[in-house]
Design a protein around this ligand. Structure first.
Ligand code: GUN
Length: 295
């Protein structure tokens, strides 16, 4: 059977349309969902991500406020700003774009955000709730992945999912999501990382293989079970002098090599990337609903 190319752009558009309807409903009840995005410094990738988040808000009917700071802003000033946003009842979501400059403690900044406004799902309270299966705000990128799989008509329950990577942003929350009960989960879960021995042995067992390593084109065909669903979370810039920008985007999966073996696969770009922003829109309306106790 031909390999299914999972169209992240199309599924993200569906989810954004749902978020737009949910935002309209809140607006009709007198609540204008509002997301504040904080950008520190000049990292070009971070600037691009923040730009796409703000644009998506406008298209979804969510008010967005972008706050930018020079890279040398003090941690104390950033903390003060978070305190102000936590106290502002018109703000429902607060997102501090990571990574932060080296002089800041990312964990401390993350913990300062009110968990009920933590649309990234990075606060330890939300991490803990996710791990024990209590409804909460969950990280956007991993939360979008079961949506992509299930909306592509692929069953997840009972499958063996193998996650490569153990970051706090993707790998660990991905494991927590996949192991829960429910039709968008209920998987047997393995997590591989830099300490894993015989990585290929594990990846070859995967019905669902999720690559979140940060190494361009790391996953090759001989690491994949024929017919597996392969989800590529990587977004790596590699030099390409034939492009006007001087680089191209590739994933953590060698697409040309793996596509003939996989049953379904996400492309880069146009796979997981657009889903992250779509799930941020969902999380922002969810936060607005929870904070204002509207359902
Ligand atoms: N940097 C890379 N991914 C993310 C994300 O999902 N949220 C934030 N805040 N920063 C990031």
């Amino acid at each position: 059977m031909a390999t299914k190319i999972i169209d992240g752009k199309k599924i993200a558009a569906e989810i954004r349309s749902e978020a737009k309807d949910e935002a309209s409903e809140l607006i009709s009840k007198g609540v204008q969902p509002c997301l504040v995005v904080v950008l520190v410094g000049e990292d070009p990738a971070s600037k691009a991500y923040v730009g796409s988040k703000v644009k998506a808000c406008t298209e979804t009917g969510i008010k967005s406020i972008k706050i930018t700071h020079a890279a040398d802003v003090s941690e104390a000033a950033l903390m003060q700003e978070i305190d102000r946003l936590n106290a502002d009842e018109s703000v429902h979501g607060i997102l501090v774009q990571l990574p932060l400059p080296k002089h800041m403690d990312e964990d401390a900044v993350t913990e300062r955000i009110d968990p009920s406004k933590d649309v990234d799902g990075f606060h330890p309270e939300n991490v803990g709730k996710l791990s024990i299966g209590i409804d909460c705000l969950t990280p956007c990128t991993p939360t979008g992945i079961p949506e992509m799989i299930v909306r592509s008509g692929i069953e997840m329950s009972g499958k063996h999912a193998v996650v490569i990577g153990r970051s706090n942003i993707v790998g660990k929350p991905m494991m927590s999501l996949l192991v829960q009960k429910g039709n968008k989960a209920n998987c047997t879960v393995t997590c591989c990382h830099s300490g894993t021995k015989d990585l290929s042995y594990h990846t070859q067992q995967a019905d669902i293989l999720i690559a979140a390593i940060g190494v361009p084109e790391f996953v090759k065909a001989n690491m994949v079970k024929p017919g597996a669903t392969v989800i590529d979370v990587g977004i790596n810039r590699v030099e390409d002098t034939s492009k006007a920008k001087g680089y191209k985007l590739v994933g953590d999966v060698d697409f040309a090599d793996v596509e003939p073996v996989a049953g379904a696969i996400t492309p880069v770009p146009g796979g997981v990337g657009p889903m992250t922003v779509a799930m941020l829109m969902k999380n922002t309306v969810k936060a607005a609903r929870m904070i204002t106790a509207l359902s």
